[in-house]
Structure formats: structure tokens, C-alpha cells
Write a protein of this length. Structure first.
Lengths: 139, 407
């Protein structure tokens, strides 16, 4: 699936939940499904700054595609990073760099993009794109 | 309490009627900033509709009434904190600005290489970083008063920190992260016995307890307008006159001078020496209304009401399974910090927000405090004069709902 196809699927999934509580329960559930980062990478090097909670994100290049593993000490944040991994993992660096992430707004999580939320969703997106750029250069 | 008409008080704060996320707002983040009574809000519109003009400059009518109103605030503050003279009240941008002023002007002139500054382990970053910057510049040293597991300063350790190199003590009156009320009067007298001056950060005290600068014999006192129901962007530095007179200013500009030639400038007298440039006139003038508002209820009444509410909050929260209070000092006001086993403060804060409940989560700009207790942050509930037991009941129900979702 392309990045946009995954985004569209998520938008459809989320449309199912009208109540904020159900939506957050779904996000929490998604957090449990995140491909977990290997413990050895849970270091300061792979931590994402700008989060009230801790987020670790590790990129890996396989057959020209970037795969992310992640974790967080807060479960809502873990759900958010899981969403991002779902959308961006398994794509080429070029696709990741050029991805326009319209789904965040559409699934009603726009508030999490605000700098005051301090959950670092913006930092996550930025870091994932930076990793993609770095891997693209190294490839 | 007969004299405390909570319904009338709540009606004075328009924002308390609004909804957040479809729920009535429960505002429990007063340590970050307080809401404003209608008298303050109206006075801001009145200032711009009726008085707007620069202060301390013009001979024209508007400038005179603006200047008069600005100076009325200064005198109100003087009486509010029992300062000997109104010229000892410097109008600043806020607590941070006030502390930076002392760190820079007093610090550069009177603290030398190898000399020492004592801070407490529970300071807000704004009462740590300016002193670190001074130490980087001058080669002086910071020593830290430790605290016990309840979040109380170790007074024996404090006494032991003094030596002939100790120049200044900077300590918070009330901890923004723990709610501890520090024994500042005793701390000041100990510091004075060692020849050190004391700055007290009263940002979390001024709206809750009566502060008497002469009674405390404090050398410098800093606080903000926006945490005492007043506008943002205005604050106060009180200082002893001989100290303020001896300190050179650090910001040059209009208002702070007597004579300027390209060869030499002579500085203005207090308080203007430290008030370079056009101040936040609107906020300065409208702070007057905030002080009047507090005075109309009376700090003694506010203190008693908030004390009872704090005890109620503490009792209700303690029934939540897995709760751990961070900061359990015997003397506390307004602030309750806690974590709940198995949850991250951030997650709880997000769910509470969805329920219309505003609390603060995180390290509260006091990272050393969090490190001391070995936690990433806390959930902080901070009370103000308009909060009620109903607010707390809604909070408790909200926390229970959050825990059900998160654990």
C-alpha cells in the first residue's frame, strides 16, 4: 500500500469512532501494536526531543525501504508514534520525505500538532523525515 | 464561611462559565496563571478607550492621567506588601524579569569570583538559570539546600552551607511543583547573620498568603501580576533602598536617565533607574484592579478558604488507588502534585483535558525537583480563590475515568 492508501484506511477506521473516548481507546490499542524498538536502542541517541513523555525511534534500511521501530513511556504518545510508524514504515526514503500527512488532521488529532501539546508529534514527523533523508544520502 | 461568597466570586470570572470539549471548564492550573475578574478585564478596555498615552513623559492630559494611574498601582503594591516607600517597587515584566534584574545588576556589581550563591533544591528554573549565567560570567558558585522526602528544605544543611564567601540566597516562598511553604523569615535571618542578602521568589505566594517585606526583612522580593488575577506581562521587584541605590542599572533607554550626553549619562532615581523604555502600561495600570479584587475579599479569607479546599483535595485524592503524592510538607499551599502508579502524567492530562479539566503535567519548570524524586513529572493541581469542592469532585471522577482507560 502507498502512504496515502494507508492514510485513507486510517481515516476510514477513525470515522467509525465518533466519541473521543473510543478514539483514544483505539489509539491506546494501536500503541500496543507498535513494532517495539530493541532495548539496546532505547538510549539518548534515539530519543525524540520536544516530548513531555519519552519517545524512542529507530530507523533501519532494508531493500531500499525504511523500517521504524519505536516505544514511549506514555501510552497515548505510544499510540501516536504507532500511527506514524504504520503510515511511514516500509516506504522508500523519497516517499517518506515527500509524504504529506493529511490524515492527522482528518482523524481529529490536529490538536496534537500544536506546539503547546508538547507530545512531540511534530518532532516525531520531523525526525522520521530526517532519518529518511539521512538514509537516502547513505544509500 | 459567612464572608466568603463563592457564588459571587465565581460570577466575577467570565471564563469560568465557558465549556471546553463540550464540558464545563474546571480550571485547576492556577499555578501557571490565574483567570481574571471582570473588573480587570473591563479596566483593560477602559485604558485603551479612555486613557491610552505614554507614561512619565508628556505634559498633556492623557499622559498625566496614565502616569497617575500607573503610579497608583505602584503605591497599591507598596501597601499590599508593606514596602516602606513606593520607589522601592520596581515594575518589571514578571518574576523572571525581576530575578534576572537582581542577578545581573546586583550580581555583576557585588558578587565576585569564588564567592557563593545558595539556592534551594526546589527552585523554578527561573530562579536557577539567571544565577548560573551569572556564575558563568563571574566565576562564582552555586550551592544547593537539599530537601527531605516530604519536600521540605533541610534547615540544618542550610545553616551548614554558609561560609565567608556566601553572598546571596535565592529561595522560593512557595514551591510551584510541591506546594511547600518555606520558612523564609527564618531563612532570611540566618542569611543576614552571615552577611548575605536574600531574594525571595514570591510568584506562588503573593496570591495565597500575606507577604510583608518589612516583617520578613527580605532584601529582594519578586512576583508576577498574571498569577494574582492581573494581566500578563507585568511583575514586581521589591528591593531594600540602599541595595537598589547601590546597584547599577543594566538596561539603558528612555525613562531611566537624568541627563544624557555622548560623554556621560546620569541615571534617574528609583524606581525609574530600573525601568528603561516604555513599560507595559496597560498591564501596570490594570494590575491595580487585581490588587483591589484580592483586597476586597481579603487575603486572610482567601488563605482560610484555600486551605480548607486543599485539605479536601488531598483527602479525596488519597482515596485513589496507586496515588503517590509528591510534596507532603507540613506547611503547604495551593499546589498538589502527584503521580498514579501505572500511568504517565501526560496520558492522564490528555484524558482530563477531554473532560474539560485543566491541570498541568510535566516537570513544571523544576527538573531538579523531579530528579530528586526520581520521576519524569507529575500531575499538578493548583487552586485559586474561585475553585470549589465541586471542581475537585469532577477532577476525582475524571481521574478515575482516566485510570480506567489507561491501566
Amino acid at each position: 500500500m502507498t502512504i496515502n492508501e494507508i492514510q485513507d484506511e486510517l481515516i476510514e477506521d477513525f470515522a467509525f469512532y465518533t466519541d473521543w473516548m473510543e478514539k483514544y481507546e483505539y489509539i491506546i490499542q494501536l500503541g500496543k501494536e507498535v513494532p517495539l524498538i530493541d532495548e539496546q536502542y532505547k538510549t539518548d541517541e534515539y530519543i525524540i526531543k520536544g516530548c513531555q513523555s519519552k519517545v524512542w525511534l529507530y530507523p533501519e534500511m532494508k531493500d531500499g525501504k525504511v523500517y521504524f521501530t519505536a516505544d514511549s513511556d506514555a501510552i497515548i504518545t505510544k499510540g501516536l508514534v504507532s500511527l506514524m510508524v504504520k503510515v511511514l514504515s516500509g516506504h522508500t526514503p523519497k516517499e517518506i520525505v515527500e509524504a504529506e500527512l493529511y490524515f492527522v488532521d482528518q482523524i481529529g488529532l490536529k490538536e496534537h500538532l500544536s506546539p503547546t501539546r508538547a507530545n512531540g508529534l511534530l518532532s516525531m514527523i520531523k525526525q522520521m523525515k530526517l532519518y529518511a533523508v539521512a538514509l537516502q544520502v547513505n544509500a | 464561611m459567612e464572608t466568603y461568597n463563592i457564588d459571587k466570586i465565581r460570577a466575577d470570572f467570565p471564563i469560568l462559565k465557558r465549556e471546553v470539549n463540550g464540558k464545563p471548564l474546571v480550571y485547576l492550573d492556577n499555578g501557571a496563571t490565574t483567570q481574571k475578574p471582570v473588573s480587570v478585564i473591563n479596566s483593560i478596555a477602559h485604558y485603551y478607550s479612555d486613557m491610552n498615552s505614554n507614561v512619565h513623559r508628556g505634559v498633556h492630559y492623557l499622559s498625566q492621567i496614565s502616569t497617575d494611574a500607573f503610579e497608583v498601582t505602584r503605591r497599591k503594591i507598596q501597601f499590599f506588601i508593606n514596602a516602606p516607600e513606593d520607589r522601592q517597587v520596581i515594575i518589571t515584566k514578571g518574576t523572571t524579569d525581576s530575578i534576572n534584574l537582581v542577578a545581573t545588576c546586583y550580581g555583576r556589581a557585588f558578587i565576585q569570583e569564588g564567592e557563593e550563591i545558595i539556592l534551594s533544591a526546589m527552585e523554578h528554573h527561573s530562579n536557577i538559570v539567571p544565577w548560573q549565567m551569572l556564575c558563568d560570567e563571574k566565576g562564582c558558585k552555586i550551592r544547593v539546600i537539599p530537601m527531605n522526602d516530604k519536600g521540605e528544605l533541610d534547615m540544618d544543611a542550610y545553616r551548614g552551607l554558609f561560609n565567608e564567601r556566601t553572598k546571596l540566597v535565592a529561595v522560593t516562598y512557595v514551591s510551584n511543583a510541591l506546594g511547600t511553604i518555606n520558612p523564609v523569615k527564618e531563612m532570611i535571618s540566618i542569611a543576614h547573620a552571615h552577611g548575605a542578602v536574600v531574594l525571595v521568589d514570591a510568584a506562588q505566594a503573593i496570591q495565597h498568603i500575606q507577604v510583608d517585606v518589612q516583617g520578613l526583612d527580605v532584601d529582594f522580593l519578586a512576583f508576577s501580576g498574571h498569577k494574582m488575577y492581573g494581566p500578563t506581562g507585568v511583575g514586581v521587584l521589591y528591593g531594600k533602598e540602599e541595595l537598589l541605590n547601590a546597584m547599577p542599572p543594566y538596561q539603558g533607554g528612555g525613562d531611566m536617565i537624568k541627563d544624557v550626553t555622548f560623554e556621560k549619562t546620569t541615571y534617574n532615581d528609583l524606581p525609574f533607574k530600573f525601568e528603561a523604555g516604555t513599560p507595559n502600561i496597560e498591564a501596570g495600570i490594570c494590575l491595580n484592579e487585581a490588587i483591589d479584587y484580592i483586597s476586597s475579599i481579603g487575603l486572610a479569607h482567601i488563605e482560610a478558604y484555600e486551605h480548607e479546599l486543599l485539605a479536601y483535595t488531598q483527602e479525596k485524592l488519597s482515596q485513589i488507588p496507586g496515588i503517590r503524592f509528591i510534596g507532603t510538607a507540613d506547611q503547604k499551599c495551593s499546589v498538589i502534585s502527584f503521580i498514579i502508579e501505572g500511568t504517565h502524567p501526560y496520558d492522564v492530562g490528555v484524558i482530563l483535558d477531554k473532560l474539560g479539566i485543566a491541570v498541568r503535567t510535566g516537570h513544571h519548570c523544576a527538573q531538579p525537583v523531579m530528579d530528586r524524586f526520581g520521576i519524569p513529572g507529575t500531575i499538578r493541581v493548583s487552586l485559586a480563590l474561585y475553585n470549589t469542592k465541586e471542581d475537585i469532585d469532577i477532577l476525582i471522577a475524571g481521574i478515575q475515568r482516566a485510570v480506567n482507560m489507561l491501566v
